[in-house]
Unconditional design. Sequence first.
Length: 225
Amino acid sequence: MITANKLSLRYPDGTLALRDIDLHIDKGEMVFITGPSGSGKTSLLKLLLGMEFPTEGSLTIMGKPMVKGHNKDMRNLRRNIGPVFQEFKLIEGRSSLENVMTGMRFLGSNPKKIKEEAYKALVKVGLEDKIKSKVENLSWGQQQRVAIARAVARKPSIILADEPTGNLDKDNALHILSLLKEFKNNNTTVIITTHATHLIEDVQGVTHLHMDNGSITVERKEIVG
Ligand SMILES: Nc1ncnc2c1ncn2[C@@H]1O[C@H](COP(=O)(O)OP(=O)(O)OP(=O)(O)O)[C@@H](O)[C@H]1O
Ligand SMILES: [Mg+2]
């Protein structure tokens, strides 16, 4: 479902953020990306999201090459991706429910159906009692869960989460990870970056990629029958 061949990314200022990455990720796989600050984790996710494009090599997602241009393929692809990124902040002044619904507008279903689905997503992340709360009145962990609900409610093929456990204590971080892990069973590919290497040791049946200086230095796939 995701294939990278000799993929490199050089930013306009000359920084080589990713070098010669070869990667294959299957449908339904759950992938943790760890690595020190500046190693290229966010850059890799940005490529997967079409926020950046390969400067060398190739990246193919669901059979479509990721190349620059506002073509229809790219739009369709983006609709299949649920991002949990700091760049896509929640909208302050709006409720949890409204925030989740904002991520779904383009799905084209009727407003009542969208509302129902948004509600279901919030129940799934354990926020049924915060549906009407304005997002700025929620704790950081709760806001992360709203962001996950928003990504999940789009029913994407791929969920991309950049540091979704950042700033959370261990229990809350594990809760977020277990929520994301649930989607693995739905044939959804889940890709998560994290600094919290100690947290993922206990998670079974996942792929672990470790990055250093723009390269993948360790790749461990764990298949659980
Ligand atoms: N827009 C940009 N322009 C130039 N260089 C960039 C840009 N974004 C990131 N970089 C550089 O690319 C490299 C990889 O950055 P990236 O954000 O991918 O690291 P990261 O692994 O996500 O780090 P962190 O753990 O701190 O989030 C770093 O050297 C960074 O300074
Ligand atoms: Mg980062």
